[in-house]
Design a protein around this ligand. Structure first.
Ligand code: BGC
Length: 248
């Protein structure tokens, strides 16, 4: 059994756990700490280190899911994090803070990898879109199981502003939308994605995916729409998987 530590950095929480790469299951209960506010690079690195230190027996490189465009370990955006992240080599910063190699991948791409490898999209060919509905909206686009990284489909503009501002789970909560109202907005978004990408399957993830029973039946789309199988752990699992992309 190969085990890797996966950590998912979000706008409000940072959570990590060791992951069994064969089954994609967490081998220990995950640890969650609040994301420091403001979410400055040094403060976030310290929180990451505290999470890593809470799993003393788990050695080896660490995979980290990060809520921004990530190219070769460097952050190129910061929609739900402090702006000072833009241009920062997150992989180098985290590796130094943890005194271990840390690889960094966009959080939704991590969730997409995990769902494609061992979740709701396992064994599915064709065009698959995985959306994480949380503080923002993250996206992973896969074709025949292969990821096209950094798609940022939560930043498509519809009705004059980025879709994540009105369709994320945060928007649902802050605007106190009923599931019917929120599903209406999601349907609008899904129709737009269909016009652009003609997906065969759309996987809806993020913490809210556990309430899929409440809004799923209200969704109307040409593509098949399913909840994420790995729910809110998909980021942790995908981060761990991304350390050794050749395994599995
Ligand atoms: C960011 C994405 C991220 C998503 C989910 C968006 O605001 O731009 O990079 O994947 O939030 O965290």
């Amino acid at each position: 059994m190969v085990t890797r530590l996966g950590v998912d950095i979000g706008g409000s929480g940072i959570k990590g756990a060791p992951v069994d790469l064969d089954s994609g299951t967490l081998t220990r209960k995950r640890v969650r700490l609040k994301t420091p506010q403001p979410s400055l690079p040094d403060q976030v690195s310290l929180t990451l280190r505290r999470i890593v230190e809470s799993f003393p027996g788990v050695t080896g490189p660490i995979g980290c899911a990060f809520p921004a465009i990530v190219i070769s370990g460097r952050a190129h955006s910061a929609a739900n994090l402090d702006d000072s992240w833009i241009g920062v080599d997150a992989a180098a910063l985290f590796s130094e803070a943890c005194s271990r190699e840390v690889t960094v991948i966009n959080d939704a791409d991590a969730a997409g990898l995990a769902e494609a490898r061992m979740g709701a999209a396992a064994g599915r060919d064709g065009v698959v879109i995985v959306l994480t509905l949380g503080t923002g909206i993250g996206s992973a686009l896969l074709h025949d199981g292969k990821l096209v990284p950094n798609t940022e489909l939560g930043h498509l503009h519809l009705g004059g502003q980025a879709i994540e501002k009105t369709v994320s789970n945060r928007a649902r909560k802050t605007e106190q939308l009923s599931f019917k109202e929120w599903a209406g907005r999601l349907n609008h978004y899904l129709a737009h994605l269909d016009r652009l990408f003609s997906p065969d399957l759309v996987v809806l993830g993020g913490g809210i995916s556990k309430k899929f029973g409440k809004f799923g039946p209200l969704l109307r789309a040409r593509a098949e729409i399913v909840p994420a199988a790995l729910r809110n752990d998909a980021g942790i699992v995908g981060a761990a998987l991304s350390v050794d992309p050749w395994i599995g």
